[in-house]
Write a protein that binds this ligand. Sequence first.
Ligand SMILES: [Zn+2]
Length: 174
Amino acid sequence: MSEQNVPFYHVNTITIDAIGEPGQRVFFLQAKDENQALTFILEKVQVESLSVAIARLLSEVSKKKTIVDEKDFEFDEEGMHIQPPVDPLFRVGEMGLAFEEDDQKIVLVLQEVLFGEVTAENARKIALRCTPRQLAALSTWSMELVNRGRPICPYCNEPMEKDHLCPKKNGHKH
Ligand SMILES: [Zn+2]
């Protein structure tokens, strides 16, 4: 994904939240700077993969240089809920994540989902420039959020995936 001519935002706060009943929840990503709140729609599976991708990037960068510590992965739930107005700019398709050595920031690029009139040429894109700490907390919180919508396994007390391999049942599905 080309990052030319993509508007950049320096993010003060960034979070993901879910609205609606379990099973029908809609996930929103909201980033704020001094002037405005930008809100985007994500699929649950995108929230999950973003959470994993952030954690992976942070751990990779940290092998060379410590940019976050354990405490940065903690979140304050009060601060993680999105604020109205929830007026999404677009539904997210492709996402990109990159660490910028120069200013020690992580850039999250969101591209509008390609659908109907929206093509790779005219899809809107936005680059959110975040601190490693903002994304560390986001990663932990968004994984918890995804898991909250899942039923809890009565055997191991872990959230059940579609094909739950239960450690308490020696990895058998149930
Ligand atoms: Zn289980």
